[in-house]
Design a protein around this ligand. Structure first.
Ligand code: NAP
Length: 490
């Protein structure tokens, strides 16, 4: 039995238990996880609140050491995490290593940032005695206890010790994680490493708690509690939207940084297409299908010129997408949603759906391409919604004016790719500016998957991709979601 992680230890009170699912074996795992009781929730909230003062006043250097200690603890149990990660997610060991290293690098990046670059004092304005104006010192401080919800498609890098938790701890904010119910044991192991790391410092153990639930009750209680001062969420649009509604019912408004789904449109211009047919169809087929397309940056919509090169590109892309290996999805719920959404999109546009043939094992996604027209896209608001999985929608266009209308019609997105020559790049600055109003990252001649974790990344975008387009969920700037300014005047 796995309990709730509060105050530096594990509590086994609970109110009921649930199990996770092994998608590759298509059966429930035997381990049991206890859903947090009211008393356990209260302890997590109270200890986060009590520990805030000392944590927020700690030096960035001390917080940096904490992050490095978490790295050491994670590395020590890497083998154990690997086994459980694969069992609960169906993701491969290769993918585990990529994500584990990304998680470690993210912690190290923040540790180095806190030691070398993070300035608690933002600016100082000297006093002006002639004009009798005071001196101003503008400082950053942590916003308060942060509630974190991770996504199932990154059981490490966007989960218990994902970007939200790391940036909140870096900012000096205690964190309460609601563990993702698809990977509770992975979350537990990581939570244990965090608790162990904290116990080797003199930080209050209340700066980290992790609670389990298999319903939405825990989320509701936590989000509406006045001691929670910000929320980091990575997940679906429906999940993010539900949290937004709950936040709006609070007496005291607080920021919700919800990073949600995206369809990551790809705009193909004519000039380079013939020359790049093979390369572009290969890299995009992999980007659509890798790990069953379960990435928030998976390219999901392609705008392709209606000419022979465009048709050849679509033929090649479709062929390569179907030839790529199929993968089991993270959970039967995600698999069923994927199958349903493919059919919904087909019904919405009455296009041609080309899917992988044959019988696949349960939970294994049949990758697919749906070919439709730009008119269907422009006449529908829902056709552009994310299909989470190995799927892409192809839309042929004829004129630049159609592309402009398509961009106007787009919802906010995390990314957009533009495939074009340097000359087309220069000549289409009007379209590219229009696009920049809709997305957080524009990729020239490349795929959107693979979000580099570094100082200059912006991983975000206008609603509905996120709830606040001014902030990034990836990279060191993400710390500013959980800090606020205060001015000392004298
Ligand atoms: P999800 O189903 O929204 O779950 C995320 C978390 O939110 C889970 O703990 C979930 O609990 C909870 N949740 C969902 N609906 C809720 C509600 N109505 N009330 C309270 N809590 C709720 O997302 P997921 O399936 O794990 O992740 C896949 C999605 O995340 C995709 O859409 C993907 O594009 C997106 N994603 C975005 C980013 C980004 O950076 N923008 C990164 C990775 C993934 P339950 O499981 O109990 O529902």
């Amino acid at each position: 039995m796995f309990g709730n992680q509060i105050l530096g230890s594990v509590s086994y009170q609970g109110i009921r238990h649930f199990s996770s699912f092994d998608p590759t074996k298509n059966r429930e795992n035997s381990e049991h996880f206890l859903c947090a009781s009211d008393e356990e929730i209260e302890i997590a909230l109270q200890s986060a609140s009590i520990s805030f003062d000392s944590f927020a006043q700690s030096t960035p250097q001390k917080r940096s050491l904490l992050l490095l200690q978490i790295v050491a603890e994670l590395i020590e149990i890497q083998e154990n995490i690997k086994h459980i990660y694969c069992k609960e997610s169906g993701l491969s060991t290769d993918r585990f290593f990529i994500e584990f290293n990304r998680t470690i690098n993210q912690l190290r990046l923040f540790a180095s940032f806190l030691t070398n670059s993070y300035l608690e004092i933002q600016s100082e304005t000297p006093e002006n005695t002639d004009l009798s104006l005071p001196k101003l010192i503008k400082k950053r401080i942590g916003i308060g206890p942060v509630l974190v919800f991770g996504a199932s498609n990154f059981p490490l890098a966007y989960s218990t010790i994902g970007g939200d938790t790391v940036s909140a701890l870096a900012a000096g904010c205690p964190v309460i994680v609601k563990a993702h119910p698809f990977q509770p044991e992975t979350s537990y192991l990581v939570g244990n490493a965090i608790q162990k790391a904290i116990s080797k410092t003199d930080f209050h153990p209340g700066i980290f708690s992790q609670l389990f639930d298999d319903s939405y009750d825990l989320a509701k209680i936590l989000i509406q509690d006045s001691r929670v001062k910000a929320v980091g969420f990575t997940g679906s649009f429906s999940g993010g939207n539900a949290l937004l509604e709950l936040i709006n019912k609070r007496e005291e408004p607080i920021p919700l940084f919800a990073e949600m789904g995206s369809s990551n449109p790809v705009f193909i211009f004519p000039e380079l297409l013939k020359e790049k047919l093979d390369k572009w169809s290969t890299i995009f087929a992999k980007s659509i299908t890798n790990d069953a397309g379960q990435f928030c940056t998976k390219p999901g919509i392609f705008f392709v010129p209606t000419n022979s090169d465009g048709r050849e590109f679509v033929d090649l892309l479709t062929k390569k997408v179907l030839e790529e290996p199929s993968f089991t999805m993270l959970h039967p719920k995600i698999f069923n949603a994927f199958e349903a959404k493919k059919r919904e999109r087909l019904e919405e546009c009455s296009g041609e759906l080309i899917e992988k043939k044959g019988d696949l094992v349960p939970c294994m996604a049949k990758q697919a391409i749906l070919i439709s027209s730009i008119e269907s896209f422009l006449n529908s608001k829902s056709l552009q919604k994310e299909v989470f999985g190995p799927f892409a929608l192809i839309l042929y266009y004829s004129t630049k004016a159609e592309l402009a209308s398509a961009i106007d019609h787009l919802d906010g997105q995390l990314t957009a790719s533009i495939l074009l020559s340097d000359e087309e790049f220069v000549n289409n600055q009007d379209l590219i500016f229009k696009l920049s109003q809709k997305v957080g990252r524009i990729i020239k001649n490349g795929v959107p998957t693979g979000v580099r974790v570094c100082d200059n990344m912006h991983h975000g975008g206008p609603f509905p991709a996120t709830t606040d387009s001014r902030f990034t969920a990836v990279g060191t700037d993400s710390i500013h979601r959980f800090t606020r300014s205060v001015v000392f005047q004298n």
